[in-house]
Ligand binder design. Structure first.
Ligand code: TXE
Length: 469
């Protein structure tokens, strides 16, 4: 079995120092994360600032080559990274989980290496010749969450490095070791101080966002923290890309074949055991197919194994932390008091471990109940019956978030017409949550602003410069 000891030795705090990090499946301590002080963060930002001009001066070709070499380094360590991620985050090795996440890191690095952002000729009419060029912003602060800690770190750092920025990464305090290990591996291929990871608590995150020498903040996390980062940007004028929470709705139209969509619906909702920003979090199903859809989802749930992520059979894991476990438990208990019907699950799976909660399908529930209105970010899905599609569209749009959404049905044109009326950054048809390194991704309303991925993602970590004349 691949050992993660070497990676842990490279990044852990010395014995007796740092913060213990627990495996959410077993409660075991897997290592100690260094806890940087604000002064240490300041020193890291100064180093990143000093390294930036030379990194930008290398030019696009050389930076692309470095990103490809960094992807090679990730591939060479992929199994170790996946195992460390599984132990720290809880997600299984198999399924759309740890090995998949490490693979996505490499794919995003390579795609960013291959992207081209050429100068645009704006006006060329004989009198005026104006071109738009893109330059690096400077030093980018990348602040990440605990659900997809490696993939989201790469979403932030790959385009930033590609454009010639240097980057200071602050991982979530729940999953620092795997991100520190990833950055250490990436740094096998990058020049000194182009990419620095600083592990610490919320004070370190707050300082990174408000630091006068930070030019851009890439943030994925809660809406509450996003608001704080917006406030601090009034001080340092940092540009922001904010990918905040969501409460994605899915609408299943009449005539849909329930068994044909059940697998995709299931994974749209329960990828990473529901701990995914753009997961399906409220499902609106037409009365004519409601019972079949609920039944088909229950069949998939029964056949999908949950447990310790290192067991090759499992594809669902624990909640990553007690805070999130308590949110899911509270929302399901509250739904019960409102008369909702628990189809599968419905109470903690303590036989698997303290932080396990089973796949919980909650039927006969309505808008206004907290499990529908609040982001559960876990393995509990409310399934709401509708009779008029106009009501379903209104329900999808009634909340103050808009990251993703989906429409499921046999008629693609009809589904597309409805999709155009959903207020979210992405609407999928007959699938939910798939992302692609060439397709811009971002939210509207309380889900944040700015997009990641593709050429638009490069522009988001660049500043325009017009050359006129
Ligand atoms: O997020 P936080 P948490 C949602 C999910 C979850 C909730 C809280 O609903 O229940 O957010 O999760 C850093 N300035 N999502 O507590 O607090 C912090 O150290 C700058 C949705 O993990 O937002 C961490 O690195 N940074 C989400 C990061 O911000 C600050 C994924 C995220 O922490 C800071 C995860 C500050 N003032 C949770 N305070 C998604 N969109 O995918 C904290 N941080």
């Amino acid at each position: 079995m691949t050992d993660v000891r070497d990676l842990l030795d490279r990044v852990s705090a010395p014995d007796g120092d740092g913060r213990p990090i627990h495996d959410p499946a077993t409660g075991e301590v897997i290592g100690n994360a260094p806890e940087a002080t604000v002064a240490e963060l300041d020193a890291a930002i100064a180093r990143a600032r000093a390294a930036q001009p030379a990194w930008e001066a290398l030019g696009h070709e050389a930076r692309s080559a470095a990103l490809n070499a960094a992807a090679d380094a990730v591939d060479a360590r992929a199994e170790e990274l996946a195992r460390l991620l599984s132990r720290e985050q809880g997600k299984p090795l198999n399924g759309p989980n740890a090995r998949f996440e490490v693979g996505a890191c490499s794919a995003w690095l390579r795609t960013n290496a291959a992207l081209r952002l050429e100068p645009e000729v704006l006006v060329d009419d004989g009198e005026t010749h104006a071109e738009l060029h893109y330059r690096a912003v400077g030093v980018v602060g990348a602040i990440g969450p605990w659900n997809w800690p490696l993939m989201i770190a790469v979403w932030q750092l790959a385009p930033a490095l590609r454009m010639g920025n240097t980057v200071v990464v602050k991982p979530s305090e729940y999953t620092p070791l795997s991100v520190l290990a990833l950055v250490d591996v990436l740094n096998e291929a990058l020049p000194a101080d182009a990419l620095i990871a600083v592990s610490g608590g919320r004070d370190v995150g707050a300082r990174l966002a408000s630091h006068p020498d930070i030019d851009k903040v890439m943030f994925t996390g809660s809406t509450a923290t996003g608001r704080r980062i917006i406030e601090s940007s009034a001080g340092n004028l940092a540009r922001l890309t904010l990918e905040l929470g969501g409460n994605d709705a899915g609408i299943v139209l009449p005539g849909t074949d329930a068994t044909a969509i059940a697998q995709d619906l299931f994974w749209g909702a329960f990828i990473n055991t529901g701990q995914t920003c753009a997961a399906l979090k409220r499902l609106y199903v037409h009365d004519s197919v409601y019972d079949e859809v609920v039944e088909a989802l229950a069949e998939v749930a029964k056949a999908t194994p949950m447990g310790n992520g290192l067991d090759e059979d499992n594809v669902l894991g624990p909640l990553q932390n007690r805070q999130q476990f308590d949110i899911v438990n509270r929302l399901v208990e509250d739904a019960k008091t409102h008369g909702a019907r628990i189809v599968t699950g419905g109470s903690p799976a303590t036989e698997l471990g303290e932080l396990f909660y089973p796949i919980t399908l909650v039927a006969d529930i309505a808008d206004g109940v907290a499990l529908v209105d609040e982001e559960q970010f876990g393995p509990a899905l409310p399934i709401i019956r509708y009779t008029d599609v106009e009501d379903a569209i209104a329900s999808a749009n009634r909340l103050d978030v808009g990251l993703g959404g989906s429409v499921w049905g046999p008629d693609r044109d009809e589904a597309r017409r409805i999709a155009a009326r959903i207020e979210s950054g992405t609407v999928w048809i007959n699938s939910h949550g798939g992302v692609h390194p060439m397709i811009p991704f971002g939210g509207v309303k309380g889900s944040g602003y700015g997009v990641e991925f593709g050429v638009e993602g490069l522009k988001a970590v660049a500043v325009p410069r017009v050359i006129n004349g």
